[in-house]
Write a protein that binds this ligand. Sequence first.
Ligand code: SF4
Length: 316
Amino acid sequence: MSTKIKLGISRCLLGEAVRYDGGHKLDRFLTETLGKYVEYVPVCPEVECGMPIPREAMHLEGDPESPRLVTIRTKIDKTDQMTGWAAKRVVDLEKDGLMGYIFKSDSPSSGMERVKVYNDKNMAVRKGVGLFARAFMDHFPLLPAEEEGRLHDPAIRENFIERVFALARWREVLAANKGFGGLVEFHTKHKFLILSHSTKSYQEMGRLVAGANRAPLQKLLDSYQKLLMEALRLRATPKKNANVLMHMAGYFKDQLSSGEKRELLEIIELYRKELVPLIVPITLVNHYVLIYDQPYLKSQYYLNPHPIELQLRNHV
Ligand code: SF4
């Protein structure tokens, strides 16, 4: 990327002591590994909306669809203080050009899903969304968003980071202002990546791009971005990835010996059965792309969607 990717993040995940008890929730994968490739924009909703450190613990109460943020011991309702600040802060964040956000799980302010909401009998259901997280996701519905807890799952982690990098490449195309040509070029390079998530989206996006000249440019770009982010959110399963890899293997039908073909297909099958990780067939395909200088596959981001040093495909 020409500039570092910016990600919003719950400030306590960076190790800053902003939690209600004066502590933090440092996440070393985020700071030490992913942190080498992104620039974080830290946000602590509770401190930024005017609450002290330390402060009384809070939780969500009432209707899980629109809960109140209330201090647990003294029962002071902080909802208006938080939502009033959040409405302004999300507008302010527009200027940062964020490519995604990593929320702190379980927090009544920052939790993205399954946050406890208490009823008047002090019984909790895990159906809430933290008040700032709600405001953020409503304001930026297409931005990749995840929680640090869920990011410990290798498949969720790979999916989130893949979406972040794809969005960053898309934004570079928009910034370069290349019009229809830029759209067609981006789509061509992402065909296999999109296909690995959804055949339906792949076909729909193909039709959109094929009819590109008939729609006003801005409308077309908006529609494409929405379809792209929705498609990439769908899980790329071993079955879908194996399908893509089989397509790619077809590009070498005239170059590989029968033994090499058999080996490639066997490795794809081992991956489909989840006996080896995705990086194994990808490495072999990349090897053949390099040896035979296959121009179309060389351009495919599917083979190289994020920095290999993150080792995201070693565990999926
Ligand atoms: S979870 Fe959110 S509100 Fe709580 S300390 Fe972390 S950043 Fe601040």
